[in-house]
Design a protein around this ligand. Structure first.
Ligand code: BDR
Ligand code: CA
Length: 316
């Protein structure tokens, strides 16, 4: 089987780190590169963290690109309160030594998509959408070449996690998210509606810790640190593990259920800035622009992740 070609656009973040590890541990996927964006922490830290995760996975060969250091219009908002000062708090890390590519992430996205066949590449944005939207604005001819976008962001039934109305990734760069939803590319969205239905358990984290590898120990340390904020806020035994949902969907779409809907992003009103306005009941009779996921087999999701972590570090 030919592996599916994907690009992960990310702001690591512990849950981003798990998404990267899940992808790198899965032979069905070929990660062409990892493009970093400012989000959970400022850009220099998201680049550092992407390199740390690839080194942990034994993939020093991975191409890592530095992207946009701020959103398209608004000032950057970060989330150290969730992810810690480094964005990857939890384990002890050495500083990474693998290189960063010397071409800007937006330029590389344009270059690689223009060189690809139509539909060949799937994008997985799991941070603010800035890099992807900037690439679409800079070179609109890439738009029909993108096979699919599978993204984590937004919320409808459960509201927001950053403001009452807005989820973090869309809140940080709502204008970029609006560009993406208007692009016409087939989009699958993993919103809070689904990620909050698949919560980590202490037992699962422990089962990852005892995998017997550095990947397992560090992943568990990341999850323990990262879960504490959401457990306190939502009063649950574990927090949601957002970003790996995108990769899990590519690997096992049967774990998920959703609906084709029309989505727009609020970019005007401060009180609802970054809200994903989902026409779930087709009141506007607009052509759907997104497959909005709201159901998940939680046990299957966590089993999948643990199983794929066992494939790491990659053998060279
Ligand atoms: C999203 O925001 C970030 O904090 C996480 O990495 C995830 O991408 C969840 O709202
Ligand atoms: Ca993220």
């Amino acid at each position: 089987m030919t592996p599916r070609k994907i690009i992960i656009d990310t702001d690591p973040g512990q849950d981003d780190a798990l998404a990267i590890l899940l992808a790198l541990g899965s032979p069905e996927l070929e990660v062409l590169g990892i493009t970093c964006v400012a989000g959970n922490v400022p850009l220099p830290l998201t680049i550092r963290n992407a390199r740390l995760v690839c080194e942990l996975a034994g993939r020093r060969d991975m191409k890592i690109f530095a992207g946009c250091e701020r959103p398209m219009v608004r000032d950057l908002v970060t989330a150290e309160i969730v992810h810690g000062e480094t964005g990857l708090d939890g384990p002890d890390w050495d500083e990474p030594s693998m290189p960063v590519q010397d071409i800007h992430a937006v330029d590389w996205l344009v270059e690689v998509l223009m060189a690809a066949d139509d539909g060949e590449i799937t994008l997985c944005p799991v941070g603010p959408i800035t890099n992807v939207a900037m690439a679409m604005v800079r070179e609109p001819r890439i738009i029909p070449r993108i096979g699919q976008i599978v993204t984590m962001g937004g919320g409808y039934f459960v509201g927001g996690n950053t403001t009452p109305a807005a989820e973090f990734n869309v809140y940080v760069d709502p204008h970029a998210a609006a560009v993406m939803y208007r692009s016409g590319v087939p989009i699958v969205t993993m919103p809070l509606d689904v990620t909050h239905k698949a919560l980590m358990s202490p037992e699962w984290i422990e089962s990852v810790r005892t995998l017997g590898s550095d990947v397992g120990r560090k992943a568990a340390a990341m999850m323990s640190f990262y879960g504490r904020y959401d457990m306190k806020r939502y009063g649950e035994r574990g927090g949601p593990l957002h970003d790996p949902a995108t990769i899990a969907y590519l690997l096992e779409p049967g774990l998920y259920g959703g609906k084709d809907v029309f989505v727009e992003v609020e970019t005007h009103s401060e009180i609802t800035m970054g809200m994903t306005v989902v026409d779930y009941w087709h009141r506007l009779e607009r052509e759907p622009n997104c497959h909005w996921i709201s159901e998940v087999d939680s046990d299957g999701f966590y089993k999948l992740i643990r199983g794929r972590l066992m494939n790491l570090p990659a053998k060279s």
